[in-house]
Design a protein around this ligand. Structure first.
Ligand code: PMV
Length: 314
């Protein structure tokens, strides 16, 4: 074989971002959009990566994060042979939807499949998280691994650093509306911001982490019971704690308020914050189950979308 492909999902964090870095549980859900990569064999190195208009070479001592991340991914033992990879993400970059992790998983799957052949799928998957972690450390500093896990497995799951992923079986489908502030969010910066607060006043930050732990515990129960009203309330509470940690912004708060005023059961930022995206829980009455009030649904859904379209142009 001279080329091979790999794909991966984007994700939203439903509950528990940031607290998860400190060992608390979080809940993530895979998206149906994600990243795609195609790897082609090279006779000799260095390996190259093209994403959109940008082509980089794998270089561990480069000042370019992408060059170092690509190098780090390829050199996790056993090192991968020289490849050229063409990759693309269908997710907004820096938006907290896991674009970077999805790219790392798609690139790893393509390059591993080329090196080892498809019959060794299990061996490939065993190294996906390790290679993705090496990539994510370049961009994030101290990634919890939840993004890479979501990119690799999809679905809805509870995650902790110590225990990894445990699937959750929600009683009902969830309909989420994702709204973007249009502002990039730097997870490295917001994770660093909370780390410096933690260094100054560990007791205060720990109180927020404990609050998130109990929100996540209740959210698992609400998902399993199909109690979407409780789930929405818990999203609002999680947002309050996140704004108390200073990772929300006035644009994120405005989008949450718009979504709630338009009928969302709850809304919060998702991912690193400081910009990026908001998720809102769309009430079951607005979802397509064939038994709803369609006129009301269409109107409310359109209002949510319009509000967000307005905010996106900012
Ligand atoms: O990559 P983002 O922006 O979706 O954020 C990931 C979630 C954090 O908890 C903020 C960081 C982490 O590594 O878990």
């Amino acid at each position: 074989r001279t080329s091979a492909e790999g794909t991966a999902s984007g994700k939203v964090i439903l509950f528990g971002e940031h607290a998860v870095v400190y060992g608390s549980p979080a809940i993530a859900a895979g998206l149906d959009r994600g990243a795609h990569a195609r790897a082609t064999r090279l006779a000799s190195g260095p390996s190259t990566l093209r994403i959109g208009d940008e082509t980089v070479v794998a270089d561990g001592s480069s000042s370019n994060d992408l060059e170092r991340a690509f190098h780090a991914l390829l050199t996790v033992a056993p090192a991968l042979p020289p490849v050229h990879v063409e990759a693309r993400s269908d997710l907004p970059p820096g938006g907290g939807l896991g674009s970077s992790a999805a790219l790392s998983v798609a690139i790893t799957r393509a390059a591993e499949a080329l090196a080892r052949g498809q019959e060794e799928d299990a061996a490939i998957e065993a190294r996906v998280l390790e290679r993705a972690a090496a990539w994510e450390r370049i961009f994030h500093g101290n990634p919890s691994g939840i993004d890479a896990m979501a990119a690799a497995r999809g679905g809805i799951f509870r995650f902790t650093r110590a225990e990894g992923a445990r699937p959750i079986l929600p009683r009902q489908d969830l309909a989420l509306c994702v709204g973007s502030t249009g502002q990039p969010s730097s997870t490295r910066e917001t994770v660093g911001l909370i780390a410096s607060q933690h260094a100054k006043d560990p007791v205060l930050v720990q109180r927020s982490i404990d609050a998130v732990t109990s929100i996540v515990g209740n959210a698992v129960l609400a998902l399993e019971a199909g109690d979407q009203r409780a789930l929405g309330d818990l999203m609002n509470m999680n947002q309050l704690v996140l704004s108390g940690l200073f990772v929300s912004t006035s644009e994120l708060e405005e989008l949450c308020a718009l979504a709630r005023a338009s009928g969302a059961l709850g809304a919060k930022l998702t991912g690193g914050g400081g910009g990026g995206c908001v998720i809102a829980l769309v009430p079951p009455a607005f979802q397509s189950d064939g038994t709803r009030d369609e006129a009301r649904e269409a109107k409310s859904a359109a209002r949510i979308l319009d509000a967000w379209r307005g905010a996106e142009g900012r």
